[in-house]
Design a protein around this ligand. Structure first.
Ligand code: P6P
Length: 333
């Protein structure tokens, strides 16, 4: 594959296609640069004294890691000056971040989980950044939370960076999925995969099995059948993986297939699930569907869910199409 940088890829897309313009190209370039800065910060770890707790809580009531706060700041500062955004929203902030009036505003809304899987950061396991791009509704000059409450199907772009042995940037503009690998010597993201596809069948599932006693019957039935292996209803053995970093689990599924489940459970009936719709489930569902997979909450396509709150949670079942359809079939039974 000829060596194509992210910038070259985006400029070629802008020249040849109508689904990207200069502002969206700038947004992606700026977000990629922010992800590079986050990758460098993570790589320093204890040497920079940035591991451990920040001594604060986020809107989810979760203890923030120092790197959660640092990553959030990096993304805010990187994006607020460019004139491409109307506002930003983050897992780490109660309310949307307005673009300061000293900067021009653009047509896009950017949502992100700045450091997904941060509970893993102190034990040196892969984490990531997830982002989603929407258009600001026509005529909205001061976008508040309501401007963000659009179904995932309205996304114009979504992507994630995974900070693992390599730092990768995975991106969709609604016409397939591409993967870029960070060349640390030149500082460029290099195109390493295009047209990523998730196999429709799989022998590998990802779920936090410690929650088994809290699952609803359709999920319990599905997982029991997988665990029964070749002597059970499925007639074959299955393997399990659970990194507890959604970005790492989703990237594995994008690369070799699999099904990821974070189902609703009975621990807190007021919560529809653990993962957040707007900046975790929606961007990942967009990417997975663009790669030929499926993404459901058990009852409907995640991208069709009409959001009611910026930080609302959702059950997530995504990955290899035939397995996701089997699980949704069990919910309908
Ligand atoms: P558990 C990380 O905190 C996260 O939001 C996702 O990245 C991950 O898939 C999930 O939660 C892990 O949850 O309950 O297994 O720790």
């Amino acid at each position: 594959m000829r060596r194509v940088t992210l910038m070259q890829y985006l400029i070629e897309q802008e020249r040849q296609k109508d689904w990207i313009n200069a502002d969206l190209r700038l947004l992606i370039e700026v977000v990629s640069r922010a992800c590079k800065a986050i990758s460098i910060a993570i790589g320093k770890g204890e040497l920079a004294g940035i591991l451990g707790g920040a001594g604060s809580e986020n809107v989810q009531g979760e203890a923030q890691k120092k790197l959660d706060v640092i990553s959030n700041e990096i993304l805010l500062e990187a994006n607020e000056w460019g004139g491409h955004l109307a506002a930003m929203a983050s897992e780490e902030m109660d309310h949307p971040h307005q673009i300061p009036h000293r900067f021009p505003r653009g047509e896009y809304l950017l949502l992100f989980d700045p450091l997904d899987g941060s509970s893993n950061i102190d034990v040196n396991i892969s984490v990531g950044t997830i982002f989603s791009v929407l258009r600001c509704p026509e005529g909205v000059s001061e976008p508040d939370e309501r401007a963000f409450l659009q179904p995932g199907a309205a996304q114009v772009c979504a992507g994630y960076a995974v900070y693992g042995p390599s730092t990768l940037l995975v991106l969709t503009l609604g016409h397939g999925v591409a993967c870029f690998t960070l060349d640390r010597e030149t500082g460029s993201f290099i195109l390493t995969q295009e047209g990523m596809r998730i196999p429709e069948d799989t022998g590998e599932f990802a779920i936090n099995a410690s929650n088994m006693r809290f699952w609803e019957p359709p999920v319990r039935r599905y997982i029991d059948e997988l665990l029964a292996g070749r002597s059970g209803a499925r007639g074959c053995d299955f393997n399990m993986r659970w990194v507890a970093s959604m970005v790492a689990d989703v990237h594995r599924i994008l690369t070799r297939g699999g099904i990821f489940l974070y189902p609703r459970d009975s621990r807190d009936p007021s919560k529809a699930g653990k993962l957040r719709l707007m900046y975790e489930a929606n961007p990942m569902a967009f990417i997975v569907e663009q790669a030929g997979g499926a993404a459901s909450n058990g009852h409907q396509r995640i991208l069709d869910i009409r959001p009611e709150g910026l930080h609302q949670r959702v059950a997530v079942i995504l990955g290899s199409k035939n397995e996701v359809e089997r699980v949704t079939g069990y919910h309908a039974a």
